[in-house]
Design a protein around this ligand. Structure first.
Ligand code: AMP
Length: 222
């Protein structure tokens, strides 16, 4: 059993939450739940709600706290049999954290409270390069980066053999600036919030993917 089983990943856009979250979840045998992925899945359905979400995401703005809390709570409860979860990108504001805390204090969440907020620390100068170089396999969702994590065979997904890759619509230079601002204003206050609860641990998010995973392994002790 790992030292922690219900982990919130914090850090600026491009800090590696998605990449490290997927590695961690696989090694721990728990589910990774990505707030951004849940929202993008709704966008792909083409629903009215999806269109509203896309309009927010494409500008780098947050969607309404009620919506994201509802989606995440559903996903957390559905992950119950998986012995825990890794939350990537939620909560993203004090308002969301406080709404979620109320829900966590209900009997349904007994014994299932967040037990670690892991802050992936990456200086601003790394962020733009990390975000602008990244792409995702359209078939299986595996993440790549032109410079830091290219596919082993050019143009072929290492995981599923897929040959199509897409960049996220919000991974543009323009949107990155606004996402960083939203991070500083809305999300960074979660650092002292979790620190006060004794749940915050920082990890250095610079360097190769494997090196960061090793540092995380030392902390989570899986
Ligand atoms: P991510 O995949 O985590 O980079 O998220 C992509 C975008 O989805 C963000 O820039 C927001 O527009 C939206 N989003 C993701 N998580 C949340 C959240 N917890 N609350 C509100 N909006 C979110």
């Amino acid at each position: 059993m790992a030292a922690y089983n219900r982990i919130v990943l914090l850090g600026p856009p491009g800090s590696g939450k998605g990449t490290q979250g997927a590695i961690l979840a696989e090694r721990m045998g728990v589910k990774e739940i990505s707030a951004g992925e849940l929202l993008r899945a709704e966008v792909r359905t083409g629903s009215e709600l999806g269109k509203e979400i896309a309009a927010r995401i494409d500008k780098g703005n947050l969607v309404s706290p009620e919506l994201i809390v509802r989606l995440m709570v559903q996903a957390f409860l559905a992950s119950e049999n998986a012995n825990g979860f890794i939350s990537d990108g939620f909560p993203r504001s004090l308002e969301q954290a406080e709404m979620y805390e109320k829900i966590e204090n209900t009997p349904e969440f007994e014994g299932k409270r967040i037990d670690l907020a892991l802050l992936i620390d990456v200086p601003d100068e790394y962020i733009v390069e990390r975000i602008l170089g990244r792409s995702q396999c359209t078939k299986c969702g595996a993440y790549y980066h032109d410079k830091f994590k290219p596919t082993m065979v050019e143009g072929v997904c290492d995981v599923c053999g897929g040959k199509e890759f897409a960049k996220r619509a919000d991974d543009t230079e323009e949107t990155v600036v606004s996402r960083l601002r939203v991070y500083r204003e809305a999300t960074a206050p979660l650092i002292p919030y979790y620190e006060n609860k004794g749940l915050l641990v920082r990890v250095d998010g610079t360097g190769p993917i494997d090196a960061v995973s090793e540092r995380i392994k030392e902390i989570v002790k899986y």
